[in-house]
Design a protein around this ligand. Structure first.
Ligand SMILES: [Zn+2]
Ligand SMILES: [Zn+2]
Length: 251
């Protein structure tokens, strides 16, 4: 039994990646002192995600963290672990990484080969080239479709997925005032402002399409990956929730 318990409590520090055999023996990470929730080994999963989805989620989560004084370093630690698994480790996943690159290399998809086939990031419908110019003919999504060539398999912890998706969800669904400020700051400080602003200003359900595609790949029962999922799980468990949280009635 004790080895089972140890199995349950083993994992790695979400901040520094340090492996720990039994987190119950520590009240913080013995390596970096972080008190954030660790990533438990039992929650490590393999998922297939498109680089475009991952990139958008990381950018949205980063905006939320920066403008709400969340622990943005936690996000960067997760992004580094994911980047190490990319086919080209130089691809930037966050604005901070992008801004260290020359302007013509900042965007992940600047030098994308010609689009041949993929799927709509909004409704998952199949799309074959050439790239639709006026959005998805099925759902109207104006995002570029996800190219099949950019589909990547990752090992990731569901705790990391929850941080990324919930922060991205908060950014998309909460507080438009902060988004206006973000747009302004990008316009002032960043010459690629328009492109950045378009990416971070959207207020739509794309995050739920992404989370649904991920949850379908998780072991059953899949843990909630978004705050909207959490509300649904609580209601299904019989709780009557009264809240003014903006995502309480999301799909
Ligand atoms: Zn640590
Ligand atoms: Zn669509």
């Amino acid at each position: 039994m004790s080895s089972d318990n140890q199995e349950v409590r083993s994992g790695f520090c979400t901040h520094c990646g340090h492996s720990v055999d039994d987190f119950s023996e520590h009240d913080c990470c013995p390596n970096c002192g972080s008190r954030s929730r660790p990533c438990f080994a039992r929650d490590q999963v393999t998922v297939s995600i498109n680089l475009r989805e991952l990139w958008l989620v990381c950018l949205w989560a980063e905006q939320w963290a920066m403008f709400n004084r969340c622990d943005v370093d936690l996000l960067y630690a997760i992004a580094v672990r994911l980047r190490k698994q990319l086919p080209d480790p130089a691809l930037p996943l966050t604005m901070a990484e992008m801004q260290q690159l020359p302007e013509d290399q900042r965007f992940l998809f600047n030098n994308e080969p010609e689009f041949k086939s993929g799927f709509c990031i909004g409704c998952s419908c199949r799309v074959t080239g050439p790239m639709p110019r006026n959005g998805c003919p099925n759902c109207g999504s104006v995002y570029r479709p996800c190219d099949d060539a950019n589909q990547v398999t990752f090992s990731v912890n569901t705790h990391e997925l929850r941080v990324l998706l919930m922060w991205a969800e908060q950014w998309l669904k909460c507080d438009t005032g902060l988004k206006a400020l973000s747009k302004l700051l990008h316009a002032v400080f960043d010459r690629v402002a328009d492109e950045n602003a378009k990416l971070v200003m959207n207020n739509d359900d794309t995050i739920y399409s992404i989370s649904l595609r991920l949850r379908k790949q998780l072991p059953d029962p899949a843990p909630p990956l978004t705050i909207a999922d959490e509300f649904i799980a609580l209601r299904e468990a019989g709780y009557n929730i009264i809240t003014n949280h903006p995502v309480a009635d999301e799909p």
